[in-house]
Design a protein around this ligand. Structure first.
Ligand SMILES: [Zn+2]
Length: 557
């Protein structure tokens, strides 16, 4: 392409913060494939369509910008792209004046914990300094050094008042205030989320995390009463049972009156209720339990926290082809679990509360005709974005090819006898959180989300691009493997493997759900290919191949 010479930077956006400290990528276009390009003095390759992608040292602190010079014949185009840089890392030298890293001081503010909770008190300073914590009435404790890190674990009760760290080296001293740790009162109860029941309630994500701001591990029922035992910033610690405390968003909690008494959860006689499309395990008890469902190949296990199981009878109803056996175990005085042995691998489930019972609804896999595996199935296809999404060097916005690919998938699936539910068919935005709900309401047999990948700052795109698939539930692993295999085979890009990842479109439980990142929009050749119907059809055909082999594998069982 020999268009007009004009330098455009797509990324990093002007005046944005570059998160990397050593090297980072920059990409955009110079408008002409014939141009020569230099960025901060380094020569950069220009693709035939004028796109460029460079991996360069992060600009110097005293000149935080990219100077772009493109030359074509007698024409020169210049662009100055200013960026912001992270503050330099504090050098904690063994001489000069004593310094410490102000961002390293722990504990942080807005903590509330029990007296006997352990709190890490720490700071980074020069390795030849000494650090002593000092409290009221002469209380003191030396922090243990490991290089530049100094730390001590102390009970929260010692940190109720404003205390300090005394950093010293020779006559050089620094006093650093330690934020006081607030009190977590005993027997504070709250419900998580707003009381709602039935299978639809499973659409609300009430997330439990192993640490404040951490990953998503537990998904609890709206209206579950929980004891609140601590706070850290915007997160609250809640007790699931005597051996497990997790963190939830404080905004999700609704305080119960101080006089409120928790119901004792005792699981009564259970039953299996068979329907054409699913089997319900129904476990009556006095209040919604915190729970965790674990899928393994031919089993579903549901752990019930703060629950004593006293199930004398499990009624199986009519002889069921899916659930071979339901059994239960009490693991501790306030934790038990039910295990469902299945005749086939776990395929989908919903956990919800209904009429005074905890219900685990186990979905039957669809009946598959091996010669036409997709016939009669409903497949939800989610063309990724808008809102947000990546943009390539010449301005191709992720949501444009994902929709074109999604429409190709629809046409190919329909020609194989499947029904297709698309989460969007236009350029209008659809909220991320609505998409999995739409797929469940469509009763889809599988959900595939179509995306194009981008990298975070500081990762070399030349060595890290390719094709990946993302799952979150164990039941989605076989579909993720089939989609990945088909994408690599059809599109011929580097195989980045499948990934367990906490993504909204990978989290549904009612069907196998996989998010595909088939190619990288920031790579000039891949962006260019993604503009073509031919490559879009390769991506689409790969999704269809992957779905077809996955469902064919179900017919063999
Ligand atoms: Zn995306």
């Amino acid at each position: 392409m020999t268009g007009t010479l004009k330098a455009t930077v797509i990324y990093p956006v002007a005046n944005s913060l570059v998160e990397a400290r050593d090297s980072n990528f920059i990409f955009g276009s110079v408008g002409s494939g014939k141009a020569q390009l230099w960025i901060n003095g380094a020569p950069v390759a220009v693709a035939p369509n004028g796109a460029f992608l460079a991996w360069l040292p992060v600009p110097a602190v005293d000149s935080p910008r990219y100077d772009i010079v493109a030359v074509s014949g007698a024409d020169t185009a210049r662009l100055e792209q200013p960026v912001r840089l992270k503050p330099p890392i504090v050098k904690l030298a063994t001489d000069g004046s004593l310094l410490y890293d102000t961002a390293s001081v722990l504990p942080g503010s807005r903590l509330a914990l029990r007296d006997d909770d352990t709190v890490r008190v720490s700071v980074r300073t020069a390795p030849n300094a000494s650090v002593v914590w000092r409290g009221d009435a002469g209380a003191a404790q030396a922090l243990t050094a490991a290089g530049t890190s100094f730390a001590a674990d102390m009970p929260a009760r010692m940190l109720r008042a404003r205390t300090e760290l005394l950093l010293a080296r020779g006559s050089d001293t620094i006093h650093v205030a330690v934020p006081p740790v607030g009190v977590a009162l005993a027997r504070q109860w709250a419900t998580l989320g707003v009381d709602s029941a039935g299978a639809d309630a499973s659409d609300e994500e009430l997330i439990g995390r192993p640490i404040p701001g951490g990953t998503y591990k537990w998904f609890l029922l709206p209206g579950t009463p929980l004891e609140v035992t601590g706070r850290n910033g915007d997160f609250s610690r809640v007790r699931l049972d005597s051996n497990l405390e997790i963190w939830v968003s404080t905004a999700d909690l609704h305080a119960l009156p101080g006089s409120w008494l928790p119901a004792k959860r005792v699981a009564g006689n259970a039953r299996l209720v068979s329907q054409a499309e699913w089997v319900d395990l129904v476990v009556p008890m006095a209040a919604r339990p915190p729970y965790f469902v674990d899928e393994s190949t031919n089993e579903l296990t549901v752990t019930l926290y703060d629950t004593m199981i006293n199930t004398d009878i499990v009624n199986y109803g009519a002889n069921d082809s899916l659930v071979r056996e339901a059994k239960w175990t009490q693991d501790a005085s306030d934790r038990g679990h039910f295990t469902l042995s299945l005749s086939q691998p776990a395929y989908g489930y919903l956990a919800f509360w209904q009429n005074g019972s905890f219900v685990l609804r186990v979905r039957r896999p669809p009946r598959i005709d091996a010669s036409s595996p997709l016939r009669g199935l409903t497949i939800a296809i989610d063309p990724g974005h808008p809102p947000i999404g990546a943009t390539g060097p010449t301005g191709l916005y992720e949501a444009v090819p994902t929709l074109a690919i999604g429409l190709d998938v629809q046409q190919m699936l329909e020609s194989r006898g499947a029904k297709v539910f698309l989460t969007r068919t236009t350029a209008d935005p659809v909220a991320l959180g609505d998409r999995p709900i739409m797929a469940r309401k469509a009763n889809a047999n599988a959900l595939v989300s179509i995306h194009l990948n981008a990298l975070p700052d500081g990762i070399n795109p030349f060595t890290s691009n390719g094709t990946g698939a993302y799952y979150f539930r164990s039941q989605s692993v076989p579909l993720a493997r089939e989609l990945q295999r088909a994408m690599v085979s059809r599109m011929g890009l580097r195989n980045l493997g499948i990934n367990y990842d906490n993504l909204r479109l990978a989290r549904p439980t009612w069907m196998p759900a996989v998010l595909c990142e088939g190619a990288f929009l920031m790579i000039p050749e891949q962006e260019n290919a993604l503009r073509t119907p031919e490559f879009q059809k390769l991506y689409a055909a790969a999704i269809v191949d992957g779905l077809e082999s996955y469902f064919r594998s179900l017919s063999a069982r």
